[in-house]
Design a protein around this ligand. Structure first.
Ligand code: NAI
Ligand code: NA
Length: 396
């Protein structure tokens, strides 16, 4: 069928298989162009199908020739209805990896569940023996705790007082004021339960207890800090509490890995357009201004550039892994540069519906958003019939 973007609110209901394939191929080409990385050889990526997790999988496979197992939660296609983009990304990734003679298998299901953990452990046992890098890159609005059976929903709210600021509807370009009521009830606990470190620790405990982590194994989860502009709704809001918990969990995990000389890191990444971030109020306006400035300064990066730098310059640089005073890896260093933040803060005051098209990079935001779903890629004929039913080679 002919596949076009179909929007509903902040999501796109369709995805283009050829476009997603192009997206993956472009990322692979980028990694190859940067040369080999002396990285891990057996890698588990939890949240491997889109965003930073997909970039981590591609960087491992095509930068270090690593065998990868990818876990994700995506919607398979059915006749007449496209899959979610992460399905097509993973199909394309496996196809390219297998073509290059690189091991790649995938597991589609709820990574928070005991069943999917069991399936993953069994696959590692059967195929790889031990893992030397675990990337934890889940972004989810909901988690069922497998021990208690309780369903937790995360919310994006400030804590203590209502937050009012500008936001943009990036589809229409309309800048307006948004007010977000503060967290109440169990909002904080629930958000921490979904996006904090509990499930990350469960994964590492399960892997370790079955001797599936190699000597010196490393695990990395992704966090965000951002500027004072977004602080009330992000870092000092409910999601920030979850990130605090995630960051604290890195230390607990490192302690638990002492016997095998392993280590857990949190990497603080740059603000980027992903399915997760486009749903957060205020962030799209910030990102469109940030993109404008970072592109002008020649320091703009997407997920793949970020993760290439994380692996090459931080994790596998041949010497000590550089961290900040809280033990975190910082690849948000260019986003957080004083000169860049000062320029963004100035534009923020001036941005309204009339001025934003010139002040910000709304076009870049929209392009990146459509790219998430496989649209707007050069080299793809969007007027041609595309087969929506695409298989992931390792998933039967
Ligand atoms: P994303 O939405 O692109 O990726 C989420 C991944 O998690 C997908 O592979 C999805 O299939 C998987 N997933 C979600 N629920 C699942 C479940 N129940 N079971 C199995 N897999 C599941 O998100 P993105 O942006 O790459 O986020 C990854 C991490 O990076 C998050 O911790 C996020 O907070 C962090 N981060 C994101 C930034 C951004 O600006 N997008 C900036 C800095 C950090
Ligand atoms: Na991800």
């Amino acid at each position: 069928m002919i596949i076009e973007p179909r929007m509903r609110g902040f999501i796109c209901l369709t995805a283009h298989p050829k476009g997603c394939e192009q997206n993956v191929k472009n990322q692979i080409e980028y990694i190859k162009s940067k040369g080999a990385i002396a990285g891990a050889k057996k890698v588990l990526v939890i949240g491997a199908s889109t965003g930073f997790g997909l970039a981590s999988r591609i960087t491992s496979a095509f930068g270090s020739n690593a065998s990868t197992i990818g876990v994700f939660f995506e919607k398979p296609p059915v006749e007449g209805k496209t899959a979610s983009p992460g399905w097509y990304n993973s199909a394309a990734f496996e196809k390219e990896a297998h073509k290059a003679g690189i091991y790649a298998k995938s597991i589609n299901g709820d990574a928070f569940s005991n069943e999917i953990k069991r399936e993953t452990l069994d696959l590692i046992k059967a195929d790889l023996g031990q893992i030397d890098l675990v990337i934890y890159s889940l972004a989810s609005p909901v988690r069922v705790n497998p021990t208690t059976g309780v369903t937790h929903r995360s919310v994006l709210k400030p804590i203590g007082q209502t937050y009012t600021n500008k936001t943009v509807d990036f589809h229409t370009g309309k800048v307006s004021e948004v007010s977000i009521a503060p967290a109440d009830g169990d909002d904080i606990e629930n958000t921490v339960a979904v996006m904090g470190g509990e499930d990350w620790a469960m994964w590492i405990d399960a892997l370790k207890s079955e001797n599936l982590l190699a000597e010196g194994a490393t695990t990395v989860a992704y966090s965000y800090i951002g500027p004072s502009l977004t602080e009330a709704v992000y870092r000092k809001g409910t999601i920030g509490r979850a990130k605090d918990h995630l960051e604290a969990t890195a230390f607990t995990i490192t302690d638990s890995l002492k016997s095998i000389g392993g280590k857990a890191y949190v990497s603080v990444n740059k603000a980027l357009v992903t399915q997760a971030s486009s749903a957060i109020p205020v962030i799209p306006l910030y990102i469109s201004l940030l993109y404008k400035i970072m592109k002008e300064e020649g320091v703009h990066e997407g997920c793949i550039e970020q993760i290439q730098r994380l692996f090459n310059d931080r994790l596998y640089n041949g010497s000590e892994v550089p961290t900040d005073d809280k033990g975190r890896i910082r690849i948000d260093d260019w986003e957080m540069r004083d000169d860049i933040q000062a320029k963004v803060a100035k534009l923020w005051l001036e941005a309204d519906t009339e001025t934003l098209p010139a002040l910000g990079d709304l076009a870049g935001y929209r392009n990146d958003f459509l790219n998430l779903f496989g649209f707007e890629f050069a080299g793809v004929d969007y007027n041609a019939e595309a087969d929506e039913v695409v298989a992931i080679e390792s998933i039967k």
